[in-house]
Design a protein around this ligand. Structure first.
Ligand code: ZN
Length: 456
């Protein structure tokens, strides 16, 4: 228990949704934070702690901070392009613009994208970065700097592409790299940045881009490297019927069977999208503990389909949520993904397919599980890290809705009163605390314009 006088923040008189093992919820309760950890959660008022900041949570609900399990931060400066195409045409149109990214543009894009994630309840962000132009500079370093500036817990990945058009892949030659160069750079990123300790603000994953942009050899060797170094593995899988056809044609199997053949199933692996899985695929994923990052908005934007969220969960597959890159989800709002997950699951499978509380669980605990952090984040419990969101539900869009989870998931995005990451405020009164939002907006617009001019 906390010593009196050492408590730093007390959230008082809020509805509390804990996501603890008993899924306790309090109509009026408190959360007590000491340093970077939660030390007490309960009903009614908290004891008085001398010197602590007391946050009045009346009219609000406090939830665990959200975990974003799939994103491409650099895409924040290529938004609104190719608004009406499917994945393969969208990709081949955007590759030339992405070939021009560098440290500065990635830093600006990451600041914008991470800022929007924070404003929509995200406290831990994963990023899948796989475009490394020859003279691009230190792109992972640029996004890591942005995450520290915005204040989020960050899981960047060293992604890659080594299968270009000339070898039957989708990307042009200018954006792919040599396999040995990729593996060396990936290991160097782990050496430089990966911090596995409790409370870590920075952990690195290994993340080749997708079956149709990466060689079989790279997938195999990337899995070997990740396991040797004890880090997690991520890639896109089963996103479109084009990809299923590509795998059938080239390997005579489904994308999931292909992943299995190269050692890519296990509790340390999670796939983005996972829309076109067969029943047999679901069983394999569940039995191996392999996870899925569900990205409903991006999937709808590209007309890729609706993932079998209810079936995945019923089979026992861990499913988190992701906004995906902003070039295919201009909103970049993690809160919106909860709503879309519920709506699309029900549109596909009927009214009982996904509850509002299941969507909240996917955005918090399940996302934490995909990143290997569920012992540290994803619920409000004593001993866990102080990553929490305090949402205001007493204004026009939500006033009168008595179930705070229904208000949060089904209603309009509510004002975010407070976002704590590692015990520190990142959002207050619906604004970022540490970076100037309007300055970032100006830089984003200027950077996008320059990038498009460079691409011709
Ligand atoms: Zn993606």
């Amino acid at each position: 228990m906390a010593e009196r006088g050492t408590v730093t923040t007390v959230v008082e008189s809020a509805a509390v949704v804990t996501l603890d093992p008993h899924r306790r919820e309090f109509t009026t309760g408190h959360v007590v934070v000491q340093g970077n950890q939660i030390v007490a959660v309960g009903a009614g008022p908290a004891p008085a702690y001398e010197g602590a900041r007391v946050v009045d949570g009346r009219g609000c609900v406090v939830t665990p901070g959200f975990v974003n399990t799939h994103q491409h931060l650099y895409q924040w400066v290529t938004r609104g392009l190719v608004p009406d195409a499917g994945l393969f045409r969208w990709l081949t149109t955007l590759y030339p613009a992405w070939a021009g990214i560098d440290e500065e543009s990635v830093h600006v894009a990451a600041t914008g994208a991470l800022g929007q994630l924070a404003l929509t309840g995200c406290t831990t962000a994963f990023d899948h970065h796989y475009v490394f132009p020859r003279d691009g500079g230190d792109l992972l370093g640029a996004e890591i700097r942005a995450a520290a500036e915005v204040g989020l817990r960050f899981h960047p990945s060293r992604g890659s592409m080594d299968l270009s058009e000339k070898d039957g892949g989708l990307p042009p030659d200018s954006v792919v790299q040599d396999r040995d160069e990729i593996l060396l750079a990936t290991e160097a990123a782990i050496d430089r940045w990966h911090d596995p300790s409790f409370g870590s603000m920075l952990q690195v994953a290994v993340a080749p881009c997708s079956p149709f942009s990466v060689t079989t050899e790279l997938l195999r060797e990337a899995a070997g490297l990740a396991r040797r170094r004890g880090v997690r593995l991520h890639t896109h899988l089963a996103e479109t019927t084009d990809e299923s056809a590509w795998c059938a044609d080239r390997f005579s199997c489904t994308p999931a069977e292909y992943a299995e053949s190269v050692g890519w199933l296990g509790p340390d692996v999670w796939f983005a999208h996972g829309i076109h899985f067969t029943d047999a695929d679901l069983k394999q994923l569940a039995s191996t503990g392999t996870g899925v990052a569900h990205c409903p908005s991006s999937n709808a934007r590209l007309g890729a389909g609706i993932a079998r969220t209810a079936d995945l969960r019923a089979a026992g597959v861990p499913v988190g949520l992701g906004v995906d890159g902003a070039a295919s989800n201009e909103a970049g709002s993690l809160l919106e993904e909860l709503r879309h997950a519920v709506l699309f699951a029900r549109a596909r499978g009927g009214p009982e397919s996904l509850t509002v509380r299941a969507a909240l669980e996917m955005a918090t605990l399940e996302g934490a599980r995909l990143l290997g952090r569920s012992h540290e984040i994803g619920s409000l419990e004593p001993g866990k890290l102080a990553d929490l969101a305090l949402w205001r539900l007493d204004t026009l869009p939500h006033a009168g809705i008595t179930d705070p989870v229904a208000a949060l998931v089904l209603g309009a995005p509510p004002p975010l009163q407070l976002l704590l990451v590692n015990g520190q405020p990142v959002v207050e009164n619906n604004h970022l605390v540490r970076v100037d939002e309007s300055a970032v907006a100006t830089q984003v617009a200027r950077t996008q314009q320059a990038l498009l001019a460079k691409a011709g």
